[in-house]
Each structure stands twice: as C-alpha cells, then as structure tokens.
Design a protein around this ligand. Structure first.
Ligand code: MSP
Length: 513
C-alpha cells in the first residue's frame, strides 16, 4: 500500500458572520503544509469546511430573521468563496448539514453508546454560547455584574437540563499516557504543557446533548436531545472520509496527519477528540497543531470587539501571494502576532519585490538580451557555481524537516537567504563583463542563476503559488517537475525553448506617508 498519503485539515468555521483574517490565517497555514506535502510526492487530502449547528448559529439566524439552514447556506458560500480568493488547494469542503456528516455523527454516537461511554443524567453548570463550551466554576469570573469565561472573555449562562454525558473522567489517564508517549501529539510544546496541566487536574464527565434548542443532529432514538455541537463538529474529520459507509477512503487517509487549529480550540481537539476516538475504539490523529492568534490593535480579532481585518479587501489591494507570504513570514507560527499595513508593505517591497522578484527579472531580461532568450546549455560549472547550488541541496533535508515540524518561519528565513545569495552571486559574477572575453562563463552564470531561481521557486511554491508558477512557467519547467526531488536536477530545462514573456512579479508599494 502507498504510505505516502497525507491528511491535513483546517478547523471548520462557524458561518455566523463573514470570514475574517483569523479564519484566513488557519486556512493559509494548512494550505501551505498541504502544498508542501504534494511537492514531496505525497497524495494529499486537504479538508476545510463550515460548522453549522448549535445555539450560536441558531441565535444568529434568528437575529437575522432567517431559517438556520438558509442562513448557513448563504454564509457557508462566503467561506467557500474565500477558499478561491486565498487560492487554497483544498480537496474537499465539508458542511455539517450534509447527509454524509449526519451519518458519521450517528455512527460515532452509536459506538459510544455501545462501548458504555454515554449515560443520561442532568447537567447544571455554566455554558458559553459564543464558545459553545462548558466551563467550571473556577474558570469563570464576574466583571461588571456579568459572569464571563476567564480564558475567552465570553459571557456564560447558567444551564440546568437533562443531558447525556460522555464518561470523559474515565479517560484522563489514557490521555496523559498519550501525551507522554507521543511528544508530537500536541504542538507547540507550550500548548502541550497547558493541556497536560489541565488534564492532570482531573476531568469531569462531559455533557454531550442539549434539550433547549433544536438546531443540530438529534440523538439517535431520543430526538428530544440534540448532540453537543463539538461532538458533531469534530466528527467532520471522519465524515469527509465517508466514515459511515466507505472503508476505502477511510483506510487510506485515517488517522489524519495533522489538524491545524487555533489555540482557542485546543481543549476540544487535544482532549475531547482523542477521548471520543479512544472510546469509539478508533485510531487517533497524529498531531494537533495550535497556532497563535492574529492580533489587530494587539487584540484578538472578533466581531464583538469590532476590530476585524477583512482578508478579501487586503487581497484586492495587495494580491493573494502577498498576503499569504506576509502572514507566515511575519507572524511566528504558534505565537500571537500583530499585523499592520505598514509591515505588510515593507515585507512586499523588501522580500518579494527587491529580493526574489528582482532576481528573476534581472536574470530573465539579461538572457533575453544576450542569449537569444534561451537558458544556455553549454555551461561549465566552476567552484563558485557548485558552491552556491550545493549549499541549498545539502540543506534540503533540514528544510524539509523544518516544514514537517511546522517551523515555517525558519524555513522562509532560509529560503529568503538563498534568494539574497543568488542576487549577490549574480552581482559579484558580473556576467556583463564576461560577455566579450569569456561568453561561455557568462552563459554558465546565467544557467546557474536560472537553476537557483528554479530551486527557490519550488521551495516558495507552497507559500506564493501564483508568482512562483509564473516564474517556473517563464523558465518552461514542466508542472510535473515542480517537485522537491527536482531541486538541483540540472536537467529540468528545455534549452531550445525561449523563455516565456513575464510581467512584473511584485509591484512595489508606494508609502503614502
Ligand atoms: N467551529 C469551531 C471549530 C470546529 S473544528 C472541529 C470554531 N470556529 S471559528 O470560526 O470560531 O474559528 C475557527 C478558527 O479560526 C479557529 O482555529 C480560531 O483559532 C481561528 N481564529 C479565529 N480568530 C482568530 C484570530 N484572530 N487569529 C487567528 N486565528 C483565529 O472555533
């Protein structure tokens, strides 16, 4: 069996309002990893979608005087549009209102009942509709007469109703075992420690059904109860594999390789989800990666605070590759990071326009003028040439490791450095001086510059796919050869073909102040 399969997911988003930069961030990160694995030769399943049930959505639909399904249809479409606008390479888009999802949730529920992990009782405690989460007394505080969750700041209400419970308490030790044995299960390490501390305090059984509203999946055989929206939502990762009735896709892709999520939903993915799966006797995902928040004015973006940055607006002004690059270059994955329009402009100008863009443009126009617009083939590599190419080649395993450890920032830093060095190589080698005396040397320099541009473009392809594909198109590199294993394969070029025309890759952004 081909074990080069890779399954990666984003969280599924609440279609309670328009998508914002925080949603875009989760999706772009997952997309970059998905694309990178494809370049490594993996068959990838990249999933995203919308989380449509629960009281939060029902309330929002009521506020808008809409039937919840209609409300979700409209907003889910906006999240689908965003996948196109951000140039995501997702293979599927799941909605929790789909039939395939209902069937999977029912199947999981029935398995949990069968294993004896579900019982009927009465819940009394705090609930946040905005987080769709239960909180213990010590997790809430009172501010201005309002009870709020200490961790999220959202309002909590007192709830008392009949409820089915999941025996979460019984799984504490198994979960601690899991975290200890699989050090990579929760990343980054700081998040892992948070989760361990929480579980070590001991877990209470979890209320997994509600009777006070109707918008959700009914409990099989007792439709007075609606299944807790997080048990419903988490199951999406299985529904997309047709878990309910198709072994083939499930066997091929489960367990998932990594769930990319924001740190605010770690508890659900690192505690509840593995506990549900353990109880249902199903294999566990290999990794849960909790990224930090994108801050706007140093606060988490949210509708209630009103500090939302609109990704679509930014894409329209600056371009999608520019936004993708900026978000992953400037925000250290795993930590919170503030974004600003000034930094975005600097980043586009310095890294993209002046460095990578400039390198490509200079080399291509030199070839056009001096080599009949074809990549020279009669090259003769000298020490300085092999030194440049080998440095990248030798570091390749390390670069791959950085990506597989989700160390995107170090990865980008290294690649930008290669681009900087290639620019320097081109300057220092002065091909314009060799033109008369030693044309073969000139041709060698141009060949090496093209080879290094090809290598850098392949490495940056998952991050800025549109621009790097333009460059690889200009170089006539066959799309099938845009793979990690073709880095430093000196035989990728078709030397008889002229370079394709290329326009400016990245426009410099003028400062308006
Ligand atoms: N529906 C749940 C997820 C269910 S997954 C089985 C949910 N949805 S959400 O729409 O509220 O958020 C989805 C993701 O967006 C989360 O990973 C969250 O961390 C991320 N972001 C929302 N705001 C954010 C920022 N300001 N910054 C970065 N990401 C944040 O939670």
């Amino acid at each position: 069996m081909n074990n080069k399969n890779f399954y990666i997911s984003t969280p599924i988003y609440y279609p309670s309002g328009n998508p914002h930069m925080g949603h875009a961030y989760s999706s772009i990160i997952a997309d970059i990893f998905a694309r990178f694995k494809r370049l490594e030769g993996y068959e990838v399943l990249f999933l995203t979608g919308t989380d449509e049930h629960g009281l939060k959505i029902q309330r929002e639909a009521e506020k808008n005087n809409k039937d919840p399904k209609k409300f979700c249809d409209e907003l889910s479409e906006k999240f689908k549009d965003l996948t196109k606008i951000l140039n995501l390479s997702n293979d599927d888009f799941i909605r929790t209102t789909e039939k395939r999802h209902y069937k999977s949730v029912e199947k999981i529920w029935n398995r949990l009942v069968k294993s004896g992990d579900i019982y009927l009782d009465k819940y009394s405690g705090w609930y946040s509709i905005s987080d769709e989460a239960y909180y213990d007394e010590d997790e809430i505080e009172e501010i201005n007469g309002k009870k709020i969750s200490k961790s999220s700041g959202s309002i909590v209400d007192w709830v008392e109703e009949e409820s089915y419970f999941f025996k979460l308490s019984a799984w504490s030790n198994k979960l601690l075992d899991l975290y200890n044995k699989n050090k990579d299960f929760i990343l980054p390490v700081s998040r892992r420690n948070e989760v361990i501390k929480f579980v070590e305090k001991g877990l209470k059984d979890l209320s997994v059904s509600r009777t006070s509203f109707t918008w959700g999946i009914p409990v099989p055989n007792n439709n007075k109860h609606i299944i807790y929206v997080w048990l419903d939502a988490l199951t999406n990762y299985l529904s997309a594999l047709n878990f309910s009735d198709d072994e083939k896709k499930y066997n091929k892709f489960w367990p998932a390789d990594v769930h990319i999520i924001g740190k605010d939903i770690l508890r659900f993915h690192a505690i509840y989800w593995p506990a549900f799966l353990l109880a249902a006797n199903l294999p566990l995902p290999k990794k849960v990666f909790g990224h930090g928040w994108i801050l706007s004015d140093d606060k988490k973006m949210s509708k209630s605070i009103g500090n939302i940055l609109d990704p679509i607006e930014i894409v329209n002004i600056y371009g999608v590759d520019q936004l993708r690059y900026y978000l992953v270059k400037e925000v250290s994955l795993g930590n919170d990071g503030s974004i600003s329009m000034q930094n975005l402009k600097n980043c586009i100008n310095n890294d993209l326009a002046n460095n990578y863009g400039n390198l490509c443009q200079r080399v291509f126009s030199f070839i056009k003028k001096n080599c009949s617009n074809k990549i020279p083939k009669d090259y003769k590599l000298e020490n300085i040439d092999t030194k440049l190419l080998d440095k990248l080649k030798k570091n390749l395993p390390n670069l791959i490791k950085l990506i597989n450890n989700q160390n995107l920032n170090e990865f980008i830093k290294s690649v930008v450095q290669y681009s900087f060095e290639a620019n320097k190589y081109f300057n220092d080698s002065e091909p314009w001086k060799e033109k008369k005396e030693n044309p073969q040397r000139m041709r060698t320099i141009l060949f090496v510059a093209c080879e290094q541009i090809k290598n850098i473009s392949i490495l940056l392809n998952p991050i800025i796919p549109i621009s790097t594909n333009k460059v690889l198109d200009t170089l006539n590199v066959n799309p099938k050869k845009r793979l990690i294993k073709e880095i430093n394969n000196l035989k990728c070029f078709e030397h008889d073909k002229e370079l394709k025309d290329s326009d400016i890759l990245f426009n410099k952004i003028e400062n308006d102040n």
